[in-house]
Design a protein around this ligand. Structure first.
Ligand SMILES: [Zn+2]
Length: 276
């Protein structure tokens, strides 16, 4: 009975430690080694529980934490500083701000960039200066994306299209969506409510790409749906069905039908250029 009660109590304390931003009770007790015992009690205590400084002393003893080590005072001051910033302790501050640019964390804490980097490293927070810059870039890059309506696909004056997932501008948005986000043209259209008539690549660039690389790519898509090749799809499907299979617009299908097939592309025996 007493045994079970103790185990349950320990479980509860472990859960509290995690709530406070520590991996475990031991982690909490060690990290707060330099704090006044009453401060640890204040951190862990839940109203209306009666918890005294004996709690701190008990667990310091259990984990063989001697308290007030060299450097402990400085660390305690940092935890205090973190609390002033609205966090429970330094570690929580460092973890919660992992995606921030380093300069912003430095500004928040009144410390230097290398101080922030030191503590990120100490807590194994993986955001490096480089990653922080990438995060800032990503924020700029995605600005305004959320306010786009369904069915809207931004096109720049140079004909580039803006990716509605990550905000980059690309000539070949369909290729980008697949490579960067694993979205086929159909999935991209569905996600953003785009009509099949919306072209997902720079129209000017499309011409150049189309004459050269479209056929093997379309053949592979056709074969994935059980057709012999793209020509087979065009021969046997309506414009809408062909557009769905080849993952292009109906307009493209109509243009394809209107364009005479290249001399090598007749007949079903022709093997796809990029097979094997
Ligand atoms: Zn993207």
């Amino acid at each position: 009975m007493a045994q079970g009660g103790r185990a349950a109590r320990r479980e509860e304390l472990e859960a509290r430690a995690r709530e406070c931003g520590y991996q475990s009770l031991e982690h909490l007790i060690r990290a707060t080694a330099a704090w006044p015992a009453a401060d640890v009690v204040a951190l862990v205590k839940r109203e209306p529980e009666q918890l005294t400084e004996r709690f701190t002393r008990h667990w310091r003893e259990v984990f063989n934490v001697t308290g007030a080590r060299r450097g402990g005072q400085a660390r305690a001051a940092l935890d205090t500083k973190a609390r002033e910033c609205g966090y429970k302790n330094l570690e929580q501050l460092i973890r919660r701000t992992a995606a921030w640019p380093i300069a912003e964390v430095a500004a928040l804490t009144g410390k230097t960039d290398s101080w922030v980097e030191h503590w990120r490293s100490a807590f194994s927070v993986t955001s490096t200066r480089h990653a922080a810059q990438a995060a800032r870039r990503a924020r700029t890059q995605t600005a305004g994306l959320k306010s786009l309506a369904a069915g809207e696909q931004p096109v720049g004056p140079d004909g580039k299209l803006r990716c509605r997932v990550c905000g980059v501008w690309r000539d070949l948005l369909d290729q980008h969506a697949l490579r960067a986000h694993g979205l086929t043209v159909l999935e991209y259209r569905r996600r953003f409510g785009l009509a099949n008539t919306v072209l997902l690549c720079n129209e000017a660039v499309w011409q150049g790409r189309d004459t050269d690389g479209w056929r093997p790519r379309y053949d592979r898509r056709a074969q994935a749906h059980g057709y012999i090749d793209a020509a087979d799809v065009l021969a046997r499907c309506t414009d809408e069905q062909a557009a769905a299979v080849l993952e292009v617009t109906v307009r493209t299908i109509k243009a394809r039908r209107a364009t005479p097939a290249p001399r090598a592309a007749t007949g079903a025996s022709r093997a796809p250029r990029q097979s094997g």
